[in-house]
Design a protein around this ligand. Structure first.
Ligand code: TRP
Length: 328
């Protein structure tokens, strides 16, 4: 089975990204032939800082490996290193509907938030469709917010197949299970956001120091009452903490609830903080070791790019051919 996922390099990654992303990637790589693409071309569709893009690309690569991806087993690469992605996006724009692009929720939402709306923000899903389709992907592990984009990729593939001949298989999405959606510690009704201000106390970053993590969990918003009980609607704050504890330790909600039965929130919040510190400690250490050797990172990325180029080349060639380009 062919697996493909793309991850944006921008923003300091959070434990929410761990629960719904990194953790999943490491698991899915066991299930087949997996491709993980650092989608730097997608990151230029909203305002960004070039120097930051350069370093955050390497940051993300190191984090992917520190959280369990194995570069010998999976193909991990940077989108801009493989020119087939930009080419496929242009070719697929011929079979993508302008109207459908305009209906993308993410485009409408981000478009409202930004003063300058780039054409790239509008065509973003076409680039994403190319990412997926170039590798004859069966399964795409993604967040819930990406459903519409995957649907668009499938529609583009079907339109291409019927107009130019059978070229693409149709990919399926794999969405994170419940519990993979970590909420903001200060505002447990909203998702923990990568793009929150760096000082935000409700957002726990993968690279936060232990003391910062302790402080954030201590000041986490809880709910009225004193039962440590999972109830997303009635007790969003406590439920979020139970889910985070479960991600960190692998325990079930029931086990966590019974351990804190009758103990109130104080001790529980502290323990969640400690569990997260313990989870992150080896990841952070590995990350620092990897990040310190940029030459090695570049060497590994070149190997990843070579594999990705070789895998995507036949599909790209078939696209050009069926579309009638007089290529030599
Ligand atoms: N749009 C995705 C996101 O923001 C990232 C992405 C780009 C992606 N290309 C992809 C995800 C291909 C899966 C497959 O999360």
């Amino acid at each position: 089975m062919r697996i493909f996922s793309g991850i944006q390099p921008t923003g300091a990654k959070t434990i929410g990204n761990y629960a719904g992303g990194f953790r999943q990637y490491a698991e899915t790589q066991e299930r087949g032939d997996a491709f993980f693409c650092i989608v730097d071309l997608h990151s230029i569709t909203v305002e960004y800082d070039p120097e930051e893009l350069r370093s955050s690309t390497l940051d993300l690569y190191a984090m992917l490996i520190a959280t369990g991806l194995d570069p010998d087993r999976s193909t991990i690469f940077v989108q801009s290193h493989v020119s087939a992605h930009a080419e496929a996006a242009w070719l697929l724009s011929a079979v993508t509907s302008y109207g459908q692009l305009g209906r993308m929720t993410q485009f409408k939402e981000k478009g409202e938030r930004h003063e300058f709306v780039s054409a790239g923000l509008f065509t973003y899903p076409v680039l994403m469709a190319g990412d997926i389709l170039l590798y004859q992907t069966d399964l795409v592990p993604i967040g819930d917010d990406q459903r519409q984009h995957l649907e668009l990729a499938r529609d583009a593939a079907e339109r291409f197949n019927s107009r130019f001949g059978e070229t693409f298989g149709l990919p399926e999405g794999q969405y994170p299970e419940i519990g993979a959606r970590v909420m903001d510690l200060q505002d447990p009704k909203s998702k923990m956001s990568t793009s929150a201000p760096i000082a935000a106390q409700g957002v726990v970053r993968m690279l936060d120091e232990p003391d910062a993590i302790r402080k954030k969990f201590k000041s986490a918003v809880t709910d009225s009452g004193r039962d440590v009980r999972h109830d997303r609607d009635g007790k969003p704050g406590v439920s979020n903490l139970i889910e985070i504890m479960s991600v960190a330790t692998g325990e079930t909600f029931a086990k966590i609830e019974s351990r804190y039965d009758g103990q109130g929130y104080g001790r529980f919040k502290e323990d969640v903080g400690e569990a997260v510190i313990e989870l992150l400690q080896p990841i952070q250490q590995r990350y620092r070791e990897l990040r310190a050797d940029e030459r090695e990172l570049h060497r590994l990325l070149e190997l990843g790019a070579d594999k990705a180029r070789a895998e995507s080349a036949p599909t790209l060639a078939a696209m050009y051919d069926r579309m009638g380009f007089a290529r030599l």
